[in-house]
Design a protein around this ligand. Structure first.
Ligand code: FES
Ligand SMILES: [Fe+2]
Length: 327
């Protein structure tokens, strides 16, 4: 995982008032809960007293209460009550739960995976999804390292093979370009696939004109991706590293073509169901990739059309190196 980054790790609707939620994210067991103001906190799912899981505790007095001996912790992880010592007693400083800086925006819950700091970079998201879009949410878990899951969604020339019965119909096997632009933490990709009539070899990125339209794919490091199917249809995915061997997809299907209530929900549902088929087609091949985790330097033989993937690997490594140097 790339340290010192904001990760969207839960859908907002998954953390309800009064009920702690225990999940594994980025290889660590965490508990999320809301205080009386609805503010979400994330902390290690481990009571510092004697190691019980806080996720099976309760929310009381605006604190999370360990189910074992009733110790209460506030949203900063500080112990505020040891019932056995009495309400009048001071609580020992050592009783501190590890916390993760947490934000809530775009209906996601985000955590900062890295050392806390004075100021944080803005949350990575897409700025053109507010106006008139509705969306449906789906989730899927793949038994793969997140690097392979992300790279699959940056791969522009597998469509005619993996999705020959769905989005890859039409046999557009010849893949010109693609154009890839990395700007800060944004990677934009323009795709130019066509049917191969045998008349020419694939055009190289330098042979393509400057694109006049927005990118087909945008990926924002570390884990947010958008497929711009059309001006009025988008797919957004947060690829959440659960642990080294599992990746959780939060998928959102945005559209603003059908706006009449009920009809709109039906349309969104049909999109979601057909997308599940497409995602299963991807999963079938990605789970077989070896080694299970990709690296900037590894024994694969990428071709020019793999540029999005190579760019992803290189920049991921740069970010990890940067974080390593600071640590
Ligand atoms: S283990 Fe949590 S209060 Fe004892
Ligand atoms: Fe695919």
């Amino acid at each position: 995982m790339i340290p010192d980054q904001w990760y969207a790790v839960l859908d907002s609707s998954e953390v309800k008032a009064g009920r702690p939620v225990g999940v594994t994210r980025l290889g660590e067991k965490m508990v999320f809960w809301r205080d009386d103001q609805g503010q979400v906190s994330c902390m290690a799912d481990l009571c510092p007293h004697r190691g019980c899981a806080l996720r099976i505790g309760k929310i009381v007095h605006n604190h999370i209460q360990c189910p074992f001996h009733g110790f209460e912790f506030d949203s900063s992880g500080r112990c505020q009550l040891v019932p056995a010592n009495g309400k009048a007693a001071q609580t020992p400083k050592a009783l501190q739960v590890k916390t993760y800086p947490t934000r809530e925006a775009h209906h996601f819950i985000w955590i900062w995976w890295g050392e806390p700091r004075e100021t944080y970079p803005p949350l990575p998201f897409f700025d053109d999804l507010e106006d008139g879009f509705s969306y449906m949410v789906d989730k899927a878990v793949w038994p793969v390292h997140y690097s392979r899951a992300i790279e699959n969604q940056l791969d522009v020339f597998h469509l005619a093979f993996v999705h020959d019965t769905t989005i890859g119909r039409g046999n557009r096997t010849l893949s010109n370009g693609p154009l890839v632009k990395l700007d800060g933490e944004h990677m934009d990709i323009w795709v130019y696939n066509e049917v191969d009539d045998g008349s020419h070899v694939a055009l190289r990125p330098g042979d393509l004109p400057e694109p006049a339209r927005p990118p087909f794919l945008r990926f924002i490091f570390p884990n947010i991706w958008m497929n711009r199917i059309s001006e009025n249809m988008r797919i957004v995915v947060s690829f959440v590293p659960v642990d080294e061997n599992h990746t959780l997809f939060y998928l959102r299907y945005y559209q603003r073509m059908v706006r009449v209530p009920l009809l709109r929900e039906l349309f969104n549902l049909l999109t979601l169901l057909s997308s599940r088929v497409i995602l299963k087609q991807d999963e079938r091949v990605v789970v077989t990739q070896r080694p299970p985790k990709s690296e900037a330097k590894m024994n694969e033989k990428p071709i020019v059309q793999d540029r999005p993937i190579v760019t992803y690997r290189k920049h991921r490594q740069e970010l990890m190196d940067q974080a390593g140097k600071k640590a």
